[in-house]
Design a protein around this ligand. Structure first.
Ligand code: PHE
Ligand code: FE
Length: 286
């Protein structure tokens, strides 16, 4: 999502809001090929796994067209649909800059793409994660409102010193969220849809817990950044997610400051359990 720390000076060549030109003309054929390889693999896998809003977004933005998308092309349609646009940044940006962009319906995306050796894993979000993973959901009006509200909430949480709680909400929804549908669980999280292996693991593996989304519960649950998740949270609908976050978080932050964290793989008495995971995968990795 964004870099820790307080570095607020943009790198050389970036504007004061950390944006840069995408400079689409300068991508090499090899870089376009990496996008096409990743795109092809995911678009074969995701029907029946990703939620309808995501799949519709891929179509609406015509991300199937060959090669790395030109932001100016996708922004015309994205802007028309939900008022959002994608802006290029050099890499992770400071929290405050990130939230400021979201609150103004701009999604900061890395302009660089991973190398062919990094098809399955890289640490920093690249253009494939940011654009293929995040941008299709921004064509959905409800999710688009949620992301903008999150940006405003982020600025408030930052001022209140409670970003660690709010960051968990982002993680377990925007990055790793699952959605209930009439035909079973579906993915909407960008961290899942941009990963071939986790698109399978998140839905099919018996290891992770899959629990009903509960705002306070999610904000008390730590997450891991270095491996598949041990718990996924399922929202009944995108509207329910938006509705749950419309309340002022002030009272919630007060409670969270007094409550402890919930261990990552725990199942609590009030949890709605879709899967009581074996945690076999997580155990095998320790
Ligand atoms: N309602 C939240 C607040 O009062 C803002 C928010 C909205 C946070 C949506 C996250 C997602 O801070
Ligand atoms: Fe992301």
């Amino acid at each position: 999502m964004s870099a820790d720390g307080f570095a607020s000076t943009p790198p050389p060549g970036a504007r004061s809001d950390w944006t840069i030109e995408q400079d689409w003309q300068s991508y090499t054929p090899a870089e376009h090929q990496v996008w096409m390889t990743l795109h092809e693999r995911q678009s074969k896998l995701l029907p029946g796994r990703a939620c309808d809003a995501f799949l519709h977004g891929l179509d609406a933005l015509d991300l199937h067209r060959g090669g790395i998308p030109d932001f100016s092309r996708i922004n015309a349609e994205l802007n028309r649909l939900t008022g959002w646009s994608v802006v290029a940044v050099p890499g992770l940006v400071p929290d405050e800059i990130f939230f400021e962009h979201l609150a103004n319906r701009r999604f900061p995306a890395g302009r660089f793409i991973r190398t062919p050796e990094q098809l399955d894993y890289l640490q920093e979000p690249d253009i494939f994660h940011d654009v293929f993973g995040h941008v299709p959901m921004l064509t959905d009006p409800t999710f688009a409102d949620y992301m903008a509200a999150y940006g405003e909430g982020g600025l408030r949480a930052l001022g209140r010193g409670q970003l660690h709680n709010l960051a968990r909400l982002y993680w377990y929804t925007v990055e790793f969220g699952l959605l209930e549908s009439a035909d079973g669980l579906r993915i909407y999280g960008a961290g899942i849809v941009s990963s071939h292996a986790e698109s399978i693991f998140a839905l099919d593996d018996p290891s992770p817990n899959r629990l009903g989304f509960n705002l306070e519960r999610v904000m008390r649950t730590p997450y891991r950044i270095d491996d598949f998740q041990q718990v996924y949270f399922v929202v009944p609908s995108l509207q329910a997610l938006l509705d749950a976050t419309l309340q002022d978080f002030e009272a919630l932050y007060g409670r969270l400051a007094r409550q402890g964290d919930i261990p990552i793989a725990a199942i609590e008495p009030g949890d709605q359990v879709f899967t009581h995971g074996t945690q076999a995968y997580a155990v095998s990795r320790t």
